[in-house]
Design a protein around this ligand. Structure first.
Ligand code: NAD
Length: 255
């Protein structure tokens, strides 16, 4: 990845933070979208990037605001020289029962999890077209693609929507040297997943792990290494795909 520039959203925690570290260790400079209201500390991520000898620009970004997204893309181009890779990873998951799922609750999740990815891709695509190279990567989920998730229909709809988005972009921009893929993580131990995992209690965690053929809950790095491959020149023949990274959980039945 030497000489590449990657824009990563949700970069201060979980999967996004692991991706920033692994990309920098592989030689990429990174433009990091950080969402201060969540209270995550972006400094350890920046320190890890700098320790790897790479450059980081950090911008407070709410992916539901086009102006925020465009500002980070402009900084990546102006300060790092371009945008070769976008990892549209920011997301929120909120359990909402149908009677509380009003227009606002629905739109909030779709606007971050689906529309946020589109805003990032839209802003980066002209630069990728000019460069003749691009890697668009969206963090989808097993929820909404290979399975459902009760009381998360808005989340599942958004995550499923990302699959349609990358398939269309793959066809439209393939001739420009641009690939577009979505990755569906299973249960990954991150701030977003920790609550649901921990709220199960130790017995519940054991029960969850028993359903994962790999025998454990995933780590953010399990997803980030897939992102490293998808961003590489060697992945040029993989496009428009949903790639499930869940330790085999979706194969193991529902009981
Ligand atoms: P996380 O909560 O650590 O990461 C989500 C990140 O998105 C945070 O850094 C948060 O600040 C950021 N964010 C939230 N709202 C934002 C907004 N409006 N604008 C910009 N950034 C915003 O949890 P994670 O598990 O690392 O989540 C990363 C992605 O992985 C999410 O899209 C999530 O839906 C997806 N995912 C996670 C799991 C899992 O088990 N952890 C499973 C499937 C999919």
């Amino acid at each position: 990845m030497t000489g590449r520039v990657a824009l990563i959203t949700g970069a201060a925690s979980g999967i996004g933070a692991a991706t920033a570290r692994i990309y920098a260790e592989a030689g990429a400079d990174v433009a990091l979208a950080w969402y201060p209201p969540d209270g995550h500390d972006i400094r350890p991520v920046v320190e890890a990037v700098e320790k790897a000898g790479r450059r980081a620009v950090v911008e407070p970004v709410d992916v539901s605001l086009t102006s925020d997204v465009n500002r980070l893309v402009a900084r990546a181009v102006g300060e790092l020289g371009g945008v070769d890779i976008v990892v549209a990873n920011a997301g929120i998951a909120r359990k909402v029962a149908l009677e509380d799922l009003d227009d606002d609750a629905w739109s909030k999740v779709v606007d971050v999890d689906l529309n946020g990815a589109w805003r990032c891709f839209r802003a980066a695509l002209p630069h990728m077209q000019k460069a003749g190279f691009g890697r668009l990567i969206a963090t989808s989920s097993v929820a909404g693609t290979v399975s459902g998730w009760p009381e998360h229909s808005h989340y599942a709809a958004a995550k499923g929507g990302l699959v349609g988005l990358v398939k269309s972009l793959a066809v439209e921009f393939g001739p420009d040297g641009i690939t577009a893929n979505a990755v569906a993580p299973g249960v990954i131990r991150t701030p977003q997943a920790l609550d649901p995992v921990n709220s199960l209690g130790p017995a519940g965690v054991d029960a969850t792990v028993r359903k994962v053929p790999a025998g454990r809950v995933g780590d953010p790095e399990d997803i980030a290494y897939m992102y490293q491959f998808l961003a590489s020149a060697e992945a040029s023949y993989v496009t428009g795909q949903l790639i499930v990274v869940d330790g085999g959980r979706s194969l193991a039945g529902l009981d």
